[in-house]
Design a protein. Structure first.
Length: 295
């Protein structure tokens, strides 16, 4: 019998009770699973949901050293922390914990600089596909057809491929993971913690509030994103891509769950037309085709 993921965690209390996360919050699942896998983490958080669910000052639910900082300053601050701790001979794990706004868009310039310098940082992006903290505006991670407050009829553009942008920086480790597969996420974080340099982990983290989905099915949405091919699971180590065991079968479109099953569980896609769904399926296949070229 497999152990529960909570039984595998070395630090199960990194996120304390009494936090302000919404019911079914994907980022809180991602945070607890990821940070619990790290030894002596120091977490830098830019403006995002994570910076506001911590509870009211002077109380805090994040039970690790945490620095909340401006949107575009996360990788710069983390770089300074990592270098200072190294100079002092202190063994810590310096973490950037960012939403997609702070990774795909506003924070891109500073993390790109830190990645180019190969700073000793683990950068997590919990991807909920939009600016959830400030009113559910579209971001570079928002998929085609999704309704947000700034795309009330559905976004017309496809989502940005942030991992391929990361791969262009030639950093030593990149991975995608999902809260629907917590063991896979936990294992990838443990692996990343053994590697020196800039490491990036993209986590699919459904947001019931913005996705207009049932909070009880958040992990199920994470699984469906993988099974429909919408969110491929893989690692890129020193430029070489390896599809993860849990997701490799879905490179073949014949093995995928129909995309409509995933879309129908989220009211943010309620305005999508059949032709738009066809376009999203093309977006999915295009991303897979580009990834296969990295194998």
């Amino acid at each position: 019998m497999k152990a529960k993921i909570t039984e595998m965690m070395e630090r199960p209390n990194v996120l304390l009770r009494g936090n302000f996360a919404c019911a079914g919050c994907g980022l809180s699942i991602a945070y607890r699973t990821s940070i619990s896998a790290l030894d002596r983490p120091i977490v830098v958080i830019p403006a995002c949901c994570s910076s506001v669910i911590q509870s009211l000052h002077p109380n805090v639910a994040f039970n690790v050293p945490t620095l909340n900082i401006a949107f575009a300053a996360h990788a710069s601050a983390a770089s300074g922390i990592a270098r200072a701790k190294k100079m002092r001979g202190e063994e810590v794990t310096t973490v950037v914990w960012s939403g997609d706004g702070g990774t795909y868009d506003i924070g891109l310039a500073t993390w790109s600089g830190a990645a180019e310098r190969n700073e000793n940082i683990i950068h997590f992006c919990y991807d909920n596909n939009f600016y959830s903290n400030t009113g559910a505006q579209r971001s570079g991670a928002t998929p085609r057809g999704a309704v947000t407050t700034t795309t009330p009829e559905g976004k017309k553009e496809k989502r940005k491929s942030i991992t391929r942008i990361m791969a262009a920086h030639d950093i030593p480790y990149i991975a995608t993971a999902s809260i629907g597969y917590p063991r896979d996420l936990y294992a990838k974080v443990k692996k990343a913690s053994t590697i020196e340099g800039y490491r990036f982990i993209l986590i699919d983290a459904p947001c019931p509030t913005g996705w207009l989905s049932d909070p009880a099915i958040t992990p199920e949405l994470g699984e469906l994103a993988v099974k429909t091919g919408y969110f491929p699971l893989y690692e890129i180590e020193n430029g070489n891509l390896i599809f993860s065991r849990k997701g490799e079968k879905y490179r073949d479109p014949e093995n995928r769950v129909p995309l409509e099953e995933y879309l129908s569980k989220q009211n943010r896609f309620k305005k999508m037309t059949p032709s738009q769904i066809v376009e999203v399926k093309k977006d999915i296949q295009h991303e897979w085709d580009q990834l296969v070229r990295l194998e």
